[in-house]
Design a protein around this ligand. Sequence first.
Ligand SMILES: *Cc1c(COP(=O)(O)O)cnc(C)c1O
Length: 449
Amino acid sequence: MKKVYLNPADMPTKWYNILSELPDMAPPISPATGKPVTPQEMTAIFPEPILEQEMSPQAWFDIPEKVLDILSLWRPTPLIRAERLEQALGTPCKIYYKYEGTSPAGSHKTNTAVPQAYFNKICGINRIATETGAGQWGSALSFASQIFDMQLRVYMVKVSYFQKPYRKSFMNMFGAEVIPSPSTMTNAGREALAKDPNSNGSLGLAISEAVEEAASRKDTNYALGSVLNHVILHQTLIGLEAQKQMELGGDYPDMVFASCGGGSNFGGIAAPFVKDKIDGKKVECIAVEPISCPTLTKGKYAFDYGDVAKLTPILKMYTLGHDFMPPAIHAGGLRYHGDSPIVSNLMNKGLIGARSVGQLDIFKYGTLFAKTEGIVPAPESAHAIAATALEALKCKETGEKKSLLFCLSGHGFFDMASYDQYLEGKLEDYAYPEEAIEESLKNLPQVDM
Ligand SMILES: *Cc1c(COP(=O)(O)O)cnc(C)c1O
């Protein structure tokens, strides 16, 4: 097979909930009480249906008709065999990728933006506050908010705001308001600026700003583009489609790779395969992260805050510490101190694995992928490409013929300034920031669970 397209009629109509296999998930803890969060605390910022998806152990959720209708603008997405990449690497492996860059915002994030906007809308909410790291989530939610005629304010991590001006233009085009974070509009932002007026910002800090705003305004809810259980649920369309497509193509992956920031594209492609693994199939799912923000490979499995200002619930997850400020790498979407509790639970049980790759390898293999397959990958997605390529090269040594599948989570058309820097030889390979992480891990909250 070269390419497998599914017919629109073959698009999955249910989301798969891996929580059904994880009865031991730790509950989110309220930062106010130190006890498990009550539904009342959560309804200040999330609508009921989202909260149900967040907590429920039921294995399948029907996708509402209206959501399927919007998703079908670009879904099902193609699964492609990367033959020219295989040849360039000289590997005996077969390499496949699931391409999520065909969505309106150019990444997998639109898969969850649409249902999140929808569930807020049907609950009478007309305004959302959110954050965005590299701009992909803000773009996706701008598109979705506009579809459902809702207002959107996006706190955008400052380093990305200046690195990626066209992401801001994109969001503005869809009617969203974009504010560089840290900003002077919230207490969290003002405090951060008082500490460091030149702060680059971080995802954790931008989350604080958006949550603070949503919690303090009755007309406004909050939406998160990754990490949480309902987000992984919405993203399982990637894995469910990929399973069907691999089967139609007459193959099954030995290994599945995806980049991992908050864990949503990884969780989305991996969850259905992890279920296969639990049922006895042989498949390895590998989350790929930056060496400079190595949450799963070097972090601690512990309770921690999701944000800098300690406003979010405390989650049991792999973390580098909520006040860890990652270096300003070009894969902004992977600069998060924590990780999805689902992905963390799977990691802790050994049901998945993790690898880290350096920035120069990212751009090296990202560029090779563009040259061979014709798609410029987002630097985030290039983490999955690099890890897959390195595995394929290892197999060249050992002669193993594996089938490798990776998630190409988005295109990199808004990231050309980063590619310019790489091509001009100006990119650095950031080291593993061991001391900063050690320092930050000292500030984990105490939770008696
Ligand atoms: C946001 C983003 C990521 C990282 O987020 P996850 O929630 O870990 O998937 C990866 N790739 C792209 C293209 C993104 O936009």
